[in-house]
Design a protein around this ligand. Structure first.
Ligand code: SF4
Ligand code: SF4
Ligand code: SF4
Length: 235
């Protein structure tokens, strides 16, 4: 008999790295359970992980699909704080909320919570995050314990709940704002003056906050580029 999605999910490492091609470990477990995915797409679980999935699903073991990556020692994200521009993009990308920092301040990783998913590396606009192997000679489930997987899953689920709550609060604020009648000055259009500035009711034009954040990131990127050019060999 084939295992349930919950049983399959419990056999996955929960790094939430997306190397399997799915949004998270849960989505990959669902795909296996529904016969939509092979059992050999999880590099963090490695060969032992494939064996576990084979036993649970009743399918034969397969070699790891190389298009998903290689089975390798686990790595930790390390931020080069000298180059960090404090843009917070890594915080937004981290599936287990293990990066600490604030806008325009250097960021740092909580080592024992990092799953090695590498999603922050992809998000960093100034390439100041490196992945450093921390389990030399150990890969898959010899480099990652069931307790670590459980903790990573709990942190991921907590984050998902937080994001859902924040989305809901944001949508509520937008709906409340849309319900307020526009001010008289905005409804009386003056050709050439108000046309472009008057948002339609219910529109989701970028807020001042978003524009300010973008401007801050762009300014910080320009500063980082200038600094790199200054320190480049031969300059
Ligand atoms: S650990 Fe990564 S590759 Fe493995 S199932 Fe989870 S998200 Fe997919
Ligand atoms: S710090 Fe980076 S590598 Fe570590 S869990 Fe967060 S996003 Fe993944
Ligand atoms: S994404 Fe890079 S530059 Fe931006 S806060 Fe994170 S480490 Fe710093």
């Amino acid at each position: 008999m084939s295992a349930s999605p919950a049983q399959l999910a419990a056999a996955l490492p929960q790094t939430q790295c997306r190397r399997c091609g799915y949004e998270d470990c849960e989505a990959y477990a669902q795909a296996i359970a529904h016969g939509e995915a092979e059992i050999n797409r999880c590099p963090p679980g490695g060969a032992e992980g494939i064996e576990r999935l084979a036993r649970l699903s009743g399918r034969p073991p397969l070699p790891l699909d190389p298009s998903c990556g290689e089975e390798a020692p686990r790595a930790l994200a390390v931020i080069d704080e000298a180059w960090c521009i404090g843009c917070t993009l890594c915080i937004q990308a981290c599936p287990v909320d293990c990066i600490i920092g604030a806008p325009r301040q250097m960021h740092t990783v909580i080592d024992d919570q990092c799953t090695g998913c590498e999603l922050c590396v992809l998000a960093c606009p100034v390439d100041c995050i490196a992945m450093e192997p921390v389990t030399p000679g150990c890969t898959g489930w010899t480099a990652w314990s069931p307790a670590q997987a459980d903790a990573a899953r709990a942190r991921y689920e907590f984050r998902q709940e937080r994001l859902a709550r924040e989305r809901h609060e944001h949508e509520t604020r937008l709906a409340e704002r849309a319900a307020v009648p526009p001010r008289a000055t905005l409804t009386q259009t003056t050709p050439g003056v108000n046309d472009a500035a008057t948002p339609a009711a219910g529109s989701t034009v970028p807020s001042d906050d978003a524009a300010r954040r973008r401007a801050t990131i762009e300014a910080a990127l320009a500063r980082a580029r200038a600094q790199r050019e200054k320190h480049a060999p031969g300059s």
